[in-house]
Ligand binder design. Sequence first.
Ligand SMILES: NC(=O)c1ccc[n+]([C@@H]2O[C@H](COP(=O)([O-])OP(=O)(O)OC[C@H]3O[C@@H](n4cnc5c(N)ncnc54)[C@H](OP(=O)(O)O)[C@@H]3O)[C@@H](O)[C@H]2O)c1
Length: 352
Amino acid sequence: MSHNVLITGGSGYLGGDLLARMGAANLPPYRKLYASVRTAEQADGVRQYGAEPLFFNLKDESEIRTTVIDREITVVFYLIDAVQYEPPLFFIQALSEVKKATGRTVHFLHTTGAKLFSSHADAPTDRPLLDTDPQLYEIQKSQNPKLNVAREGVRTNCAVVEQAEKYGVRGYVFVPCIVYGKSKGFGEPVSTLRQIYMIVRAAKTLGRVYRVDSARPEWPVCHIADNTAAYIELLRKILTDENPSHGKNGYYLASSGSIAWDDLYDAIAAALVKRGVIADGSVTLASEKNVEDMGTALGVPKEMVPVQLGGKCTLSARRAREELGWKPAYPAEHILEAADGEVEWVLEHLRD
Ligand SMILES: NC(=O)c1ccc[n+]([C@@H]2O[C@H](COP(=O)([O-])OP(=O)(O)OC[C@H]3O[C@@H](n4cnc5c(N)ncnc54)[C@H](OP(=O)(O)O)[C@@H]3O)[C@@H](O)[C@H]2O)c1
């Protein structure tokens, strides 16, 4: 029972679900569970799962250092920001100090996103890209995305692998994809980062659903319960010191398979027609003006619209199944059946 575990982002969509499901996961014993929070309400929220809330600025190096070292935290699951470069490295350095002081193995999990393994980030998409590919780190290293945000995100993924190796920390790059389903967390019920939310929001403003790609690209998907199960199975292996693959072999995509964006658009359009939100459920290719209007509706520059609502990603999940015994409960096509309920739920929570 040697580990102290810190979960960050517990008020979020993914982190909230993780905290909420950890209790019933029959995890091996650990010493203490901490969760980072930013408000008193969030502190109450995480206490209900037996986590001690920690108030600290996750972007402040000295606060991270002090918090991690003073509490001898040995496992950090970072679920707040896929892109920003420094915070994961602050955690890795702090964990290496804990290792020096205690002799324990220390672990850092960085939550990235499938976008950074997609056409948007200059990843290869002409073949399946396995998360067990021993060249995946080199592939990431050779990607040269045009978009600044993708460039920064890929750089962060690579730096996590490199710095963890350098400082003797076991590093994991966990890759969520299109995650759907209700979070069991206590925080925001609808993450504004989620693709279904954005498709609905854009359609509501423009009066119809538009596709942003012409070539019927596919993207990996995952029900939130399965996504969380992958986090939990990795944590289980860490807590039992089973040495799960890490470093250059530490990429874990949580996905039960891929679907075509076009099929998702169709399902969402049908759900919106059924509720009288739009009149025409046929999905057509967006013009430049449509893309501009979608950007305005989503509050993002027009260049980001195809990045948020389309693209091709051939990353395929092998490692969690093969090494963690992870078995997703929901097949990829389930998202198309679930789209009706998702749309209902997003419409209930859409603020404007
Ligand atoms: N959801 C998906 O489908 C998906 C897919 C691929 C990748 N990801 C990545 O996974 C991560 C989590 O996604 P999510 O959907 O759970 O996001 P989310 O619902 O927006 O949650 C983000 C969490 O991070 C916290 N946070 C944000 N900035 C912070 C800061 N400066 N200091 C401390 N805490 C901060 C938020 O706290 P507050 O509640 O206080 O704001 C919240 O707990 C993100 O990096 C996202 O890019 C998500």
